[in-house]
Design a protein around this ligand. Structure first.
Ligand code: PEP
Ligand code: MG
Length: 316
C-alpha cells in the first residue's frame, strides 16, 4: 500500500487543497543529478559546491573546471530552478588555502561567507564561473551565501554578485540565530532566504553537529528552532520574498508539513526523501499544516512537538 501511494506520488509538491510547495533536491555535484530528476525534483534547492574544492585542498579549481561542473547541473533542469550555494569552507569542511589552522573553535571562526570575504578572488572566480555557466540556458538561477550573520554580510555578498555581472537572484542562508532574528534587515539586501536547519540547530543550541553526545539538541523538532523558522518565514512574507528550507529538517515528511504550516515556501532535501514528503504533504490542507505548526510550537520539547503535530494531522 505504501509502495502504491509512493508510486502515485508525482508532480509538483502541494497540500491537498493546492497550496504549492516546490520540492527541490540537495545535490553535491553532477553525479547527484540523475537521482534528483528520477525523484521528480522541481529543481535544486541546495547545490553544495564544496565537492569541486575537495580534490585539491591547496588551491581553488580553475574557472573553466567550475564552469563545466556548474553547467552540467544547470542543464539538467531546463525549466526549473537551481539554487547554488557558494563555497562553504571551514569548521567541518576545512580547506588548507582558506581555513585558518589555529582557531580554538572552528565552527565559530572563519567559515562560509566569512572565508570568502577574506579571499575575494575565490568568490569572484566562483561567481564569474556561474555567470558563464548559465549563459544561454533558460534555467532560473539563484545563488546564496552560507553563514550570513547580518545585513553587512548580505550586502557584501550581493555586491560581489552584482560586480560579477551575475544574472541570478541573490539570497542568504539563515544558519545563525542572528540572521533569523533580523531577517527583515537582511532581506533589504537580498531577494530570498534559505534556512540551513543543520547549522541553525547547532548555533541555536550551542551543540556541535558532529558531537553525538549532544545530538538531542540537534533535533530539528526543537520548538526553539521552529520559532526561528517562523520568524524567518514571517519576515520573508512581510517583504514579499521567499523563504525555503534546505537542511535535513525538510526530509522528515511530518516536519515538512509543519514547516509548510510555519510559512516556508519551498523544501529541499536528498532526492530519496522527495516521494515521501510529496505523498505526506498531499494528504493535508494548508490549514491543517498551520494547526500542526501551532501545536508543535506550543510544545516544550522536540518529542512533545512531534506528538502534538501528529495528533493534529491524524485528527485526534
Ligand atoms: C545546513 O546547515 O542546514 C545546510 C543545509 O548546510 P550544510 O549542511 O551543508 O552545512
Ligand atoms: Mg550549513
Amino acid at each position: 500500500e505504501r509502495k502504491a501511494a509512493l508510486a502515485a506520488s508525482s508532480g509538483p509538491g502541494a497540500t491537498s487543497d493546492g497550496h504549492k510547495v516546490p520540492l527541490l533536491a540537495n545535490v553535491g555535484g553532477p553525479a547527484d543529478v540523475p537521482a534528483a530528476v528520477e525523484a521528480g525534483a522541481e529543481g535544486v534547492g541546495l547545490f553544495r559546491t564544496e565537492f569541486l574544492f575537495l580534490d585539491d585542498s591547496a588551491k581553488a579549481p580553475s574557472e573553466e573546471k567550475q564552469v563545466e561542473a556548474y553547467r552540467k547541473v544547470l542543464e539538467a533542469f531546463p525549466e526549473g530552478r537551481v539554487v547554488v550555494r557558494v563555497l562553504d569552507a571551514g569548521a567541518d569542511k576545512p580547506l588548507d588555502f582558506l581555513t585558518p589552522a589555529d582557531e580554538p573553535n572552528p565552527a565559530l571562526g572563519v567559515r562560509g561567507l566569512r572565508s570568502l570575504l577574506d579571499h575575494p578572488e575565490v568568490l569572484r572566480t566562483q561567481l564569474t564561473a556561474l555567470a558563464k555557466a548559465v549563459e544561454g540556458l533558460p534555467v532560473y538561477l539563484e545563488v546564496m551565501a552560507p553563514m550570513v550573520a547580518d545585513r553587512a554580510d548580505a550586502k557584501a555578498f550581493a555586491d560581489a554578485c552584482r560586480a560579477a555581472g551575475l544574472r541570478a537572484k541573490f539570497g542568504a542562508m539563515v544558519e545563525i540565530p542572528s540572521a533569523a532574528l533580523r531577517a527583515r534587515s537582511i532581506l533589504q539586501e537580498v531577494e530570498f532566504l534559505s534556512l540551513g536547519t543543520n547549522d541553525l540547530a547547532q548555533y541555536t543550541f550551542a551543540a556541535d553537529r558532529q558531537v553525538g553526545a549532544v545530538s538531542r539538541l540537534q533535533d530539528p523538532w526543537q520548538p526553539a528552532l521552529l520559532d526561528l523558522v517562523a520568524l524567518s518565514a514571517e519576515a520573508a512574507k512581510a517583504e514579499g520574498k521567499s523563504c525555503g528550507v534546505c537542511g535535513e529538517a525538510a526530509s522528515d515528511p511530518l516536519l515538512a508539513c509543519v514547516l509548510t504550516g510555519l510559512g516556508v515556501t519551498s523544501l529541499s532535501m536528498g532526492a530519496a526523501s522527495i516521494p515521501y514528503v510529496r505523498a505526506t504533504l498531499a494528504k493535508y490542507t494548508l490549514a491543517q499544516c498551520e494547526r500542526a505548526a501551532a501545536a508543535a510550537r506550543a510544545a516544550d520539547s522536540a518529542e512533545e512537538a512531534r506528538v502534538a503535530a501528529q495528533a493534529v494531522l491524524s485528527g485526534e
